[in-house]
Design a protein around this ligand. Structure first.
Ligand code: ZN
Length: 157
């Protein structure tokens, strides 16, 4: 039976820089094996017990994937949905859709802008310091929905 697990985490890149943390914010709650968190973390936390503090290293292939050089392409400045100044390193969504990819400006040469559509964490091995807060059996409803529900049984759907 898959479990529903709640945990806090701090995410670092290989240089030790903190990329993200849930500390001081809401813990993450997920249904095991349902794709709610990245695969490599899900796999390595399988069977974890409440109170466990552990460091999980997830290779990029099991996190946000490898970088794809073909995702780096030149576009015309005038075709970009960005008003005002554009600088190298800027990130923006390519559309209004919530699933529209985020691109990063690699270089600017006159009207030609080189954009990288790889996920900013593609090719990066991720280190998670995890503290498991609680685990419980998933309810039949959660299993049907394929995701964890809140402590009050609330479902976002
Ligand atoms: Zn649900």
């Amino acid at each position: 039976m898959p479990a529903v697990v709640s945990f806090h985490y701090t995410l670092r890149d290989p240089s030790g820089r903190v990329l993200d943390t849930s500390m001081g914010a809401q813990a993450v709650t997920y249904l095991e094996g349902a794709g709610q968190i990245i695969d490599g973390l899900d796999e390595q936390l399988r069977g974890a017990a409440a109170g466990l503090k552990t460091r999980v290293v997830v290779p990029s292939a099991k996190a946000y994937g490898e970088r794809d050089p073909e995702q780096v392409q030149p576009v015309k400045r005038s075709q970009l949905p960005v008003e005002g100044e554009l600088t190298v390193g800027d990130q923006f969504k390519t559309g209004d859709d919530q699933f529209a990819p985020t691109v990063t400006v690699v270089s600017i040469d006159g009207d030609e802008v080189l954009l990288d559509a790889n996920h900013p964490l593609a090719g990066v091995d991720l280190t998670f310091d995890v503290e498991v807060l609680s685990t419980r059996e998933a309810t039949p409803e959660e299993l049907r929905h394929g995701h964890a529900h809140g402590a009050d049984g609330a479902c976002g759907h």
